[in-house]
Design a protein around this ligand. Structure first.
Ligand code: PRP
Ligand code: URA
Length: 215
């Protein structure tokens, strides 16, 4: 997107469309929702990892040299979950990289005003020196993600070290992020057209956390 250049949208394939179809279908069972969103999360995390700085290395195969590259060690990376819904994504991140450092930020969107309320945070003390994967499946108004980035900035994390990993967003949320934190990179599964009067994404998928956790 020209006005939000730091945004990577997952390349659409039949597989990604099928996964989106499963999570958007209001008749999907919780098993179908959890399975499809976990699979999408893995694709998004792989896409985000590919944006990290890499080092050129040559290794020896049993048959000769191979010029490759190495991404940062997983112990250096910090995944930060915007609770509650992003814990759905954190499970997949930890299955892929068990020794990743973890931070948690509890932000709840007020049901009447849709404004974010910061309730709790716990971050690794050396987070400022780590690449950060900031996780939240939904980016609607952008209020929650911007509040989380503000907290990370206060903890000393340079915005260019943050990759916001997201299942579904709207342009309004991307623009809110780009104007508050232009250097933060965003990896998303899809950009939907609009928000409704209650600030839900349309067509979207409803409340991600409620559907994942069955609340
Ligand atoms: C959802 C979602 C985001 C936020 C997005 O969380 O997971 O954090 O809303 O909306 P925004 O871009 O307008 O801020 P919610 O606060 O509903 O809580 P949950 O994680 O418990 O589902
Ligand atoms: N949070 C959700 O879970 N869904 C939306 O559409 C917007 C915010």
């Amino acid at each position: 997107m020209a006005d939000t250049p730091n945004v990577t949208v997952l390349r659409e394939t039949k597989l990604t469309r099928a996964l989106h179809t499963a999570i958007r279908d209001k008749a999907a069972s919780r098993h179908q929702f959890v399975t499809a969103s976990n699979r999408l999360t893995r694709l998004l995390i792989e896409e985000a990892l590919a944006l990290l700085p890499s080092e050129e290395v040559t290794v020896e195969t049993p048959c000769g040299p191979y010029a490759g590259c190495r991404l940062p060690d997983e112990e250096r990376i910090c995944a930060v979950s915007i609770l509650r819904a992003a814990d759905c994504m954190l499970g997949e991140v930890r299955a892929m990289m068990p020794s990743v450092a973890v931070g948690k930020i509890l932000i709840q969107r007020d049901e009447e005003t849709a404004l974010p309320q910061l309730l709790y945070s716990k971050l690794p003390p050396d987070i400022a020196a780590r690449p950060v994967l900031l996780l939240d499946p939904m980016l609607a108004t952008g209020g929650s993600a911007v509040a989380a980035c503000r907290l990370l900035a206060e903890a000393g994390v340079p915005p260019e070290s943050i990759i916001f990993v997201n299942v579904l967003c709207v342009k309004e949320g991307l623009q809110a992020m780009a104007s508050a934190f232009p250097a933060v990179r965003v990896v998303t599964g899809a950009i939907d057209p609009v928000l409704n009067g209650s600030k839900y994404i349309v067509p979207g998928l409803g409340d991600f956390g409620d559907r994942y956790f069955g609340t």
